[in-house]
Design a protein. Structure first.
Lengths: 182, 173
């Protein structure tokens, strides 16, 4: 089965059909997507600003970074709701340029996090109480903030470039011929 | 009345400028979302501290002082970007039940945040011993978080006002 066929299979699942046909499902799934992504962005920014020495500088970095377990929970919600939106119109989203960039940048911010853990994160004990992280840590923070801001812009852009082609829930409007000629 | 105002607003030159540059609305919405992130994360951090689930190395007063400037700063940008969206798409915004429900909840959310901050500032130390553990404080923390989540949901529902059925200000058909 090629990938295009796989995308079509996703679209034809009963779950995708239910979300498309429902007047309520997509709007509420999208709303929870926004709750998840705003929490992801906000809590990550708190950690990044600590790395840069802009905020929470009087707290050890490792203490501030404890919030990241909540970030992961919020990220889980965002991925779940994002996937549910994706399957309603998988081939359109997949062929959307902004969507592709968005996924790429999310992957890059994951990579950025891994690189941070392998570099500055390794000797965190040495700078935990410093006002800001070493240069590589600061670079990771700048990249992280820049990537997530761009991801959010791209996400909004996806919404504006797919709706025309989308199978987004359009309500069935029953036309009553009697009313039409009144 | 509101409809006439919205339609008049749509004919103003500022509105026409926004309408004719298709990138403005998505860009303003994105900035709006970034600021919502600052607000919801600030509320979340203070609430986690009240429950003692995060930031226990800080007092509630310190936690409140850490996030209050970001909360209020972001709210100012939210107001400005919000005004731009209303001016750019007056009928879509003003003629939706979601918009007005959202505005009402924002008033409640800001009222609670103000009361909370005044109270923490006034009773600084006592909060640690008594207030932070009181069940009323914890319920208020949960309610506040749910209010801000509802504000986010209602904000998104402006685009889907039909979910309110016949209650919507611009019902289908």
């Amino acid at each position: 089965m090629d990938f295009a066929a796989f995308l079509k299979t996703l679209e034809s699942t009963s779950l995708a059909g239910w979300i498309r046909d429902s007047l309520y499902a997509f709007p509420f799934i999208e709303s929870f997507h926004v709750i998840g992504l705003t929490l992801v962005f906000g809590t990550i920014a708190i950690v990044d600003l600590r790395l840069l020495g802009i905020a929470s500088t009087y707290r050890p970095f490792t203490r501030v970074a404890e919030i990241l377990k909540w970030t992961w929970a919020a990220f889980g919600l965002t991925i779940l709701t994002g996937s549910l939106m994706f399957i309603t119109n998988a081939s359109v989203y997949f062929s959307n340029v902004q969507f592709r960039w968005k996924i790429l940048l999310i992957a890059l911010s994951g990579l950025n996090m891994v690189v941070f853990e392998l570099t500055s994160g390794r000797n965190v004990r040495r700078w935990d109480n410093d006002r800001s992280a070493p240069p590589l840590g600061k670079l990771a923070a700048v990249l992280s903030i820049a990537l997530w801001i761009t991801v959010i812009f791209l996400g909004r852009w996806v919404g504006f470039t797919t709706t025309g082609k989308s199978a987004a829930p359009t309500p069935d409007i029953e036309i009553n011929l009697d009313d039409l000629f009144k | 009345m509101m409809n006439e105002f919205a339609e008049w607003l749509a004919t103003t030159s500022v509105s026409l400028t926004i309408q004719s540059h298709l990138w403005i609305i998505p860009a303003v919405q994105s900035i709006h979302i970034l600021c919502i992130g600052m607000v919801i994360a600030s509320v979340f951090m203070i609430d986690l501290r009240i429950f003692g689930w995060a930031g226990r190395d800080q007092t509630l007063l310190e936690t409140s002082r850490r996030y209050a400037p970001w909360l209020w700063g972001a709210l100012v940008v939210l107001l400005l970007t919000g005004i731009l969206m209303v001016v750019g798409e007056p009928v879509r915004e003003l003629m939706s039940l979601s918009f007005w429900l959202k505005m009402s909840l924002i008033v409640v959310g800001i009222f609670i945040a103000t009361l909370f901050q005044l109270s923490v500032r006034r009773n600084g130390r006592d909060w640690e011993a008594a207030a932070a553990s009181r069940w009323t404080t914890k319920s208020l923390a949960v309610v506040t978080f749910l209010i801000w989540c509802s504000i986010i949901v209602l904000g998104r529902l402006i685009a889907y006002d039909h979910v309110w059925g016949s209650w919507s200000l611009r019902p289908l058909v």
